[in-house]
Design a protein around this ligand. Structure first.
Ligand code: HEC
Length: 159
């Protein structure tokens, strides 16, 4: 599954050519997802993981100020990406629900930022789950053609 994401991302980079800024109007929803949304969400999801396997518990959580700041920055960026999804370049031709899904991403990113600011690992994990449902809700209505973006959120497949 992860392979599919990597392959899709690679293809997007090739098609995208020179590194355009995220604001470039010619960026498609797929490119924004692959180059910005997914990597940013992964920073957040990967920050806190409760991993249990036969060798014991290996919980992952931010330890330094810099690590916590990266989590907080990722949350802020997700909110900005939500704003970007609402701009005509991405919302044109979509239903009203598109705006609602984008607003949900903006809303949840605020909770995400707050959880990181509080350095509350449980809350970061929990809000990470909510972020995942927001992504999935939009993908159910607007399914990614490649099938990427529908995989499990990292950290949930531990066990
Ligand atoms: C407002 C709607 C919306 C939200 C919210 C949304 N996505 Fe997407 N996403 C899309 C659409 C539309 C596509 C399909 C683009 C295409 O294939 O043309 C997509 C595709 C993807 C893809 C596949 C990209 C590729 O290379 O084919 C990934 C990965 C992805 N989204 C991740 C996420 C993650 C992670 C989140 C939540 C943090 C998220 N998306 C939230 C609309 C959304």
């Amino acid at each position: 599954m992860n392979k599919a994401v990597i392959a899709a991302t690679g293809a997007t980079l090739l098609l995208g050519g020179c590194n355009q800024a995220a604001q470039a109007p010619e960026m498609t929803a797929q490119q924004l997802m692959a180059k910005e949304v997914q990597p940013t969400a992964e920073i957040y999801w990967n920050a806190v993981q409760f991993i249990s396997d036969e060798t014991g518990d290996h919980d992952v959580f931010p330890k330094t100020d810099a690590e916590w700041k990266a989590v907080q920055d990722a949350a802020v960026k997700l909110g900005k990406l939500g704003e970007q999804l609402k701009t005509p370049g991405f919302s044109e031709g979509r239903g009203q629900d598109w705006i609602q899904f984008s607003d949900s991403l903006i809303e949840v990113s605020k909770l995400a930022e707050q959880a990181a600011a509080e350095r509350n690992t449980d809350k970061v994990f929990e809000v990470g789950g909510t972020i995942y449902s927001v992504c999935s809700a939009c993908h159910q209505m607007y399914p990614p053609a490649t099938g990427a973006g529908t995989e499990e959120r990292p950290g949930d497949d531990a066990a």
